[in-house]
Design a protein around this ligand. Sequence first.
Ligand code: ADE
Length: 370
Amino acid sequence: MICLIKSYCAKINLMSIISDDNNFQKIESGKKNPIIKPDFEEGDKTFENNIRPKNFDTYIGQSALKSTLKITIEAAKKRAKILDHLLFYGPPGLGKTTLAGVIANEMNVSIKITSAPALERPRDIIGILMSLEEGQILFIDEIHRLNKVAEEILYPAMEDFYLDMTTGKSQTVKTLRIPLPKFTLIGATTKAGELSGPLRDRFGIIHRLQFYTEEELSQVIKRTANILEIEIDNEGACAIAKRSRGTPRIANRLVKRVSDYAIVKYDGRITKDVADKSLDILEIDEFGLDTTDRNLLKLIIEKYDGGPVGIETIAAAIGEDSRTIEDVCEPYLLQCGLLQRTPRGRKVSPQTYKHLGYNVKNLTEQKSLF
Ligand code: ADE
């Protein structure tokens, strides 16, 4: 039976969706599987999964959001209802996926994790929706990248838990309304502004995840070191926290890297001295900036007189993708005041000159010679 998604006339074989999609590996043999795990590299995947907190007691930071969520979850449990759809936004690495897992655990339900780029064809999103169980959580990462067709399919699914399909051809077209189990959608995005208004409006709870304080990151680092049986003292944890850009994913990676140095070059124990020396070798400075960040800032200073300069020009000059710059490098540089966004492009601040060791007076004198 050939189905046409209402108004888009996308050809979908409903029988194959119904019969195959209880097992996502089978959606279409040879085609990509829309159920994915978070985007860590193979080795990092197990590492991240092992150290992921599973409940609110072990999840450090985001205290305002945690308080709100605890109330919402308790209320949903008392009413024996599912949770409202939730949208988390903020820079990468702050724990959006982890938090979705914590919510699922606290609600005692299972979670299906996917990402918008894996939901390219209508049948991908339909397959996932039809495979959900009552109360289950569906997590869609990078939700701002959902295409229009997938969004249109999601609207009635989110609002009233059904799919609208049409069957047959031209004159014999019939509308079929397929009920879905009640589920909670958790969307995550680094770019809330790129979400369409109608999709954003369908989330009951919308929350921004904040950068972590050094104190919170120290706690994350000590917890991770404890799980990995790495010896670390308070000062060592603080030294790594200072250079972790307010981001637990970075903090956890640095713990591993510093631990390698501690084992090979020292006695295995992470102290302040060991952490500082290792991070210097890794070229991560005291603000947590790496070579890409520094090259970006130096380019604006040396070639564009401190800016403003357009993002595409910067991307081409340093050989990075403009999206990576916007999503990964910029949020932290903006947060710590080393970069500013203006309608005419990006510019640096006086603090940037100081941090990178430029003598502002000499630089001005040099420029006036030309
Ligand atoms: N690892 C990554 N994020 C974490 C968090 N928020 N709390 C504890 N451990 C973490």
